[in-house]
Design a protein around this ligand. Structure first.
Ligand SMILES: [Zn+2]
Length: 213
């Protein structure tokens, strides 16, 4: 359990370092299903004030905040919803990172036009329509509009990214911003050319099944 606190702190520290968040925006969490607990960034806290110890512990089965005297991120309901509904999920990140959120502002997905997108996401990064943040609306929209990519753009809002650890969620959030930036640059000089689905499949398969040590 202590290791997960450290992992979640590291995931939060990574967000400003990677330029994905400004001031208090954004948040990262991690989930320990064996102990029915998640750890999440405290609400409105500066990233350099976050420590493994001051993360907020929340019981996932009923949403009870276990840490006294400190409020969790206001995005807690969306994190809880995703951990309860997506099998194997262990890390969730929310950002308003600039390039990805620019696509969200105009309601456009990040098109599958780069091998890096085929590798990492295996599909376009979808964009859900605008949705308010009442109750489980955001979580429900993520389930409805996501594809196999480990992130999604929420229209007029920002990015949710996830993975099988807080660290892999960071990677998905960083890669989402990186490819959104490249595609945005491409759009300044022409129309991005889509990669055919069968070609994208080859890249995705190689990256997910044969790449790395
Ligand atoms: Zn937000």
């Amino acid at each position: 359990m202590e290791d997960l606190r450290l992992e979640v702190a590291k995931a939060n520290w990574a967000l400003p370092k990677a330029g994905l968040v400004t001031m208090h925006s954004g948040n990262a969490s991690g989930y320990d299903p064996d102990n029915d607990v998640l750890y999440i960034k405290p609400s409105g806290m500066d990233y350099d004030q976050i420590t493994p110890e001051n993360l907020v512990a929340v019981r996932v089965s009923d949403g009870k905040v276990l840490t006294e005297g400190i409020r969790p991120s206001v995005d807690l309901p969306h994190h809880l919803f995703l951990y309860r509904r997506i099998e194997g999920l262990r890390g969730v990140i929310h950002t308003h990172s600039n390039y990805a959120t620019a696509f969200a502002a105009v309601g456009k997905p990040v098109p599958l036009c780069l091998t890096a997108i085929a590798d990492e996401f295996g599909a376009e990064i979808p964009c859900a329509p605008y949705i308010d943040n009442e109750g489980e609306h955001i979580g429900e929209a993520i389930l409805k509009y996501r594809n196999r990519a480990p992130s999604i753009l929420m229209g007029n809002h920002g990015v949710f990214a996830w993975g099988n650890s807080p660290k892999s969620a960071v990677k998905a959030a960083v890669m989402t911003e990186d490819v959104a930036k490249t595609v945005w640059l491409a759009m300044q000089i022409g129309e991005p050319k889509p990669i055919p689905a069968e070609e994208a499949e080859k890249w995705y398969d190689r990256y997910h099944n044969r790449y790395g040590q």
